[in-house]
Design a protein around this ligand. Structure first.
Ligand code: PRT
Ligand code: MG
Length: 212
């Protein structure tokens, strides 16, 4: 385990929304991940480094001690099947909703099992199973909105923010599964070994995000 504190984040919206929070803790990366190919970003604080990983890989880096801390969407955490990380704080950033959506001009099949396309296979299975509804789940890796349009599925489970993407593809929300925001996650061993540094970060972030 490195002496430095390693924070795993994804680039894109989580990076954009997390950086102002870290700036309040006087942690500023030396480079912008949109402008460099480097995946390890030193910061103005010699004891803190950011690593840039795929959003869905953040819990894996943290669970396996390749990072001490991560910032990750609740959607990714719900879907993650690993052995566990601490989730000490909801940062309230990168907010959206996870929904079931379907074509506006309902083309639901009533005889066959409903087909649902999603990248959130575990969450979708649990959601429908808890309601006693049998569905066939089709795993996709992106652009879920296209699946009902092309007849690949009857419905999708995906994230919605403004609703513009659904609308542009003739879809509408039929059920809201849950509200989503991004959380701070912490490796279990690091929480003990680097206790003071991590506790300080959690407390400061709780203050900055108005949770304390
Ligand atoms: O893009 P990549 O495949 O690398 O990974 P990713 O899609 O997991 O990462 P990224 O950066 O796109 O999203 C990171 C996190 O941001 C997600 O895990 C969510 O927790 C959060 N988030 C917040 C969102 C959205 N809002 C969101 N709107 N993630 C994705 N979207 C997509 C959504 O899937 C849909 O395609 O945006 C589209 C809908 O947006 P609206 O505004 O048109 O409704
Ligand atoms: Mg994306």
């Amino acid at each position: 385990m490195s002496d430095k504190l390693i924070i795993a984040v994804s680039k894109g919206r989580i990076f954009r929304e997390a950086m102002p929070l870290l700036a309040e803790l006087d942690i500023t990366p030396a480079e912008d991940p949109e402008e460099t190919r480097k995946l390890i970003l030193p910061t103005n604080n010699p004891d803190v480094e950011l690593i840039i990983v795929r959003a869905s890989d953040v819990p894996t880096y943290v669970e396996y001690s390749a990072a001490d801390i991560g910032i990750v969407g609740g959607d990714v955490l719900m879907e993650y099947a690993g052995n566990g990380v601490y989730e000490p704080l909801d940062l309230g950033i990168a907010r959206c909703r996870m929904v079931v959506a379907a074509p506006k001009e309902g083309r639901k099949k009533f005889n066959n099992r409903l087909r649902v396309a999603t990248k959130y296979v575990n969450t979708t299975r649990d959601y429908f199973a808890a309601r006693g509804r049998q569905v066939e789940i089709i795993k996709l890796y992106g652009s879920m909105e296209l699946a009902p349009v092309m007849g690949l599925a009857d419905q999708i489970v995906d994230l919605v923010d403004t609703g513009n993407t659904l609308k542009a593809n003739g879809l509408e929300t039929v059920e809201t599964i849950c509200e989503i925001s991004s959380r701070l996650i912490v490796n279990k061993a690091a929480m003990k070994i680097k206790h003071n540094a991590i506790k300080t970060i959690i407390e400061k972030l709780a203050r900055v995000t108005g949770k304390k």
